[in-house]
Design a protein around this ligand. Structure first.
Ligand SMILES: [Zn+2]
Length: 276
C-alpha cells in the first residue's frame, strides 16, 4: 500500500465501483485521504483478486454477493489485500489462493502496527492453498502468477496474457514514489519492475492507483525513476552529503504519511535503501 499522496484531481470518494473492459473494481477504505488509505479488489467473472481490508467486510460481502464467486487469488499478505480471506473461505465457501510464501504466514498470523489496525483493521488467520503457476478461468480467461518481490517478499502479480492485463497488487502504485516502507527491498523492487516489462501486457490493474491504461509506460517510468534516484543518491553520498541533506535535496521534508505511520513509511527509508 501507499504511494505518494494522490493529486486532488484524481481523488474519488469511496466506496467506489467501476468497470474496465468487463473487469469490475471495488475501492474501499475506512478513511478518505486518497489512494493511500483505500484499496481495490477486482472481479473477473467468478474470480476475485485480493479481498479488501478487514474493516470493510460488510461492503466487500455485499459486492461479492451479487453473483457467484468461485475463487479468490491474493497478491500478497498485507492486511488491505488478504484481510477478508478468512471470511471469504468460511462464509462464502470460496477457494482461496495465496502466494506459496504466505500460506504459512496467514496460518500463523503476523504482527500489525497501530496505524495498520486503525486504517485497515485486523485480519483473521486462515488456511489457503498455494496459487498454481496458471489458473484457467471461465470464458477462456487465464491468470499466470508472476512473482515480483520487493514491496513484500511474497508480492505476486497476475497476468492475463490473452488480454494483456497485469494485476499488479502493490508493485506499481505510483511512477514517482516519495516514500518507502521500512521492510521493502528496493533492489528487488527494481528487478521485479524490470522483470514484468519482459511480459506482454498493456493495462495495469493496480490495487491502489486503479486501472492504468498505459500501464507498460507507467511501469517503465517507475523503473527509470527509481534507477536514476538510486544513482543520484549514491553520487551525493559519495560527495559527502548526509542522508538527511540528500533527502531534503531530492524528496523534500517528511510528510503526513511519515508521521501517521510513525516512520514505517518515510522518505528517509527510500534514501537509505538507495545506498549499497
Ligand atoms: Zn502491500
Amino acid at each position: 500500500m501507499w504511494g505518494r499522496a494522490v493529486e486532488a484531481s484524481q481523488r474519488q470518494s469511496f466506496p467506489h465501483r467501476f468497470q474496465h473492459d468487463g473487469v469490475e473494481g471495488l475501492r474501499t477504505g475506512r478513511f478518505d485521504f486518497g489512494i493511500s488509505s483505500s484499496c481495490i479488489l477486482y472481479r473477473l467473472g467468478s474470480t476475485v483478486i485480493d479481498t479488501g481490508p478487514p474493516n470493510q467486510w460488510r461492503l466487500v460481502r455485499r459486492f461479492l454477493s451479487e453473483r457467484d464467486v468461485n475463487r479468490v487469488v491474493i497478491t500478497h499478505h498485507h492486511e488491505d489485500h488478504s484481510g477478508n480471506g478468512a471470511r471469504l473461505g468460511r462464509d462464502m465457501n470460496v477457494d482461496v489462493f495465496l502466494p506459496s510464501e504466505s500460506v504459512e504466514l496467514m496460518k500463523r498470523g503476523f504482527p500489525l502496527r497501530a496505524y495498520q489496525r486503525i486504517i485497515w483493521g485486523v485480519p483473521v488467520r486462515f488456511e489457503a492453498q498455494s496459487v498454481p503457476d496458471e489458473l484457467e478461468l471461465e470464458h477462456g480467461f487465464l491468470l499466470r502468477a508472476i512473482p515480483a518481490p520487493g514491496h513484500s517478499s511474497d508480492m505476486t502479480c497476475y497476468l492475463e496474457p490473452n488480454r494483456g492485463w497485469l494485476f499488479t497488487g502493490d508493485l506499481y502504485i505510483a511512477s514517482k514514489p516519495l516514500f518507502l516502507r521500512a521492510d521493502e527491498n528496493l533492489g528487488d523492487q527494481i528487478e521485479s519492475l524490470r522483470g514484468v516489462l519482459e511480459l506482454d501486457f498493456e493495462t495495469v490493474f493496480c490495487a491502489h492507483r486503479g486501472v492504468v491504461s498505459n500501464g507498460r509506460e507507467a511501469i517503465r517510468a517507475k523503473l527509470d525513476y527509481l534507477v536514476s534516484l538510486r544513482d543520484e543518491v549514491r553520487k551525493l553520498h559519495a560527495e559527502g552529503h548526509s542522508i538527511s541533506a540528500i533527502k531534503r535535496m531530492l524528496l523534500g521534508r517528511e510528510a503526513l504519511l511519515s508521521f501517521i505511520t510513525l516512520f514505517h513509511f518515510s522518505k528517509k527509508n527510500l534514501i537509505e535503501a538507495c545506498l549499497p
